[in-house]
Design a binder for this molecule. Structure first.
Ligand SMILES: Cc1cc2nc3c(=O)[nH]c(=O)nc-3n(C[C@H](O)[C@H](O)[C@H](O)COP(=O)(O)OP(=O)(O)OC[C@H]3O[C@@H](n4cnc5c(N)ncnc54)[C@H](O)[C@@H]3O)c2cc1C
Length: 327
């Protein structure tokens, strides 16, 4: 029997399992597929909210706390696993919204400055990671640290008695533990009884192949973005589709993402589209992230609802939930 079962092996579940293990817990992590293959894999890897003033204080606080540790964390994971998460502080060039009253108030409050740029405002502190590599590195690291990972095992329901959970019923039998931490991303609603509904917000993205150093910064305009990777790949994202768990990708979206790219960087007009995919962001109706103890079961904890910011908030979110689990 473990001290804590973690449900879900995305960035949130794996990062939480890592922190719990570092704090001394024996952790079993269950995933219905393979770890790191859902939203956390599909995302762009920008280590900042896109327009931070659109988000609540907790999202901003967890983002800043994570930004402060991300580079060192990626170095640690690289050393431990041999896989480089490719943390790059390339800066983010924001072409719209940076001069609204809301944005100015936010910048004053958090004492954030940008550099003037011919095309907008350059936020030079913003970094990106290559999230599929980050997830590979994280998985290898937590296995090394002693986390027991059980994949292809769907948690069907909680085993509960009065105000406590005893473990979980799964497609491969029952798992018992002292505490349960739910990090099931967009699927959280199927397991938990939450006041704030969690639902999937689908996003489609494409990746182009372009010459290295074509684009020096992440570019953000009208909610869409262009993210340069170190090897010349360029990610373009993303749509916001409230259509349930439908993974389909479509040609008009692919064309519109490509058009967005070459309208901002004409050299990308003839770039080859290497891949087109979708993922399910865990969105909450309130727009708020949930990092909390459950209101019914005293030993059930929840870390979900990270919406567009789970990669960015993961380290601090894992830290916060570990403190709650160990209180
Ligand atoms: C197109 C797109 C672009 C994005 N860009 C960014 C970005 O640039 N920066 C950023 O910070 N964020 C970004 N995001 C958001 C970010 O990816 C998510 O917030 C984050 O991945 C959520 O992590 P998670 O671990 O909660 O969810 P997931 O990664 O979806 O993990 C949930 C896991 O739980 C498992 N699971 C679910 N139900 C069960 C069950 N019943 N039993 C067992 N296992 C279960 C699933 O198999 C899955 O592995 C983007 C998302 C998308 C889709």
């Amino acid at each position: 029997m473990s001290d804590c079962i973690v449900i879900g092996g995305g960035i949130i579940g794996m990062m939480s399992a890592r922190m719990l293990t570092i704090a001394g817990a024996r952790v079993t992590l269950l995933d219905q597929r393979e770890c790191g293959k859902e939203s956390s894999w599909a995302g762009g890897g920008i280590i900042s909210p896109l327009y931070p003033w659109h988000y609540d204080d907790l999202t901003n606080d967890l983002s800043f706390e994570s930004q402060a540790v991300y580079e060192a964390l990626c170095d640690d994971l690289h050393r431990s696993s041999g896989v480089d998460p490719e943390y790059q502080k390339s800066g983010l060039l924001m072409m719209d919204e940076f001069d609204t009253a809301e944005a100015k108030t936010w910048m004053e409050r958090y004492q954030i400055n940008y550099q003037n740029h011919t095309d907008g405002a350059l936020f030079s502190y913003v970094a990106s990671v290559r999230n599929p590599r980050l997830l590979q590195a994280l998985k290898a690291d937590i296995i090394k640290k002693g986390v027991k990972i059980v994949e292809h095992t769907q948690v069907e329901s909680l085993i509960a008695k009065e105000d406590k959970v005893l473990g979980v019923h799964t497609s491969k039998g029952d798992f018992l533990s002292d505490k349960v931490l739910a990090c099931a991303g967009a699927w959280s609603e199927q397991l938990l009884n939450l006041k704030d509904e969690i639902f999937p917000m689908k996003g489609q993205m494409i990746v182009l192949k372009a010459p290295v150093d074509e684009i020096p910064h992440i570019i953000l305009d009208q909610g869409r973005y262009i993210i340069p990777r170190a090897d010349g790949k360029i990610l373009i994202g993303s749509t916001m589709e409230d259509v349930g768990f439908n993974r389909d990708v479509d040609l008009p979206t692919q064309q519109s993402l490509h058009e967005f790219a070459w309208q901002h960087v004409p050299a990308l007009k003839n770039a080859e589209i290497e891949h087109h995919w979708s993922g399910f962001r865990p969105a909450s109706r309130s727009g708020k992230v949930i990092v909390a103890k459950d209101e019914i079961y005293q030993n059930l904890f929840i870390n979900t609802g990270h919406f567009r910011n789970g990669l960015n908030m993961a380290p601090a979110s894992a830290n916060k939930i570990t403190q709650l689990v160990n209180e």
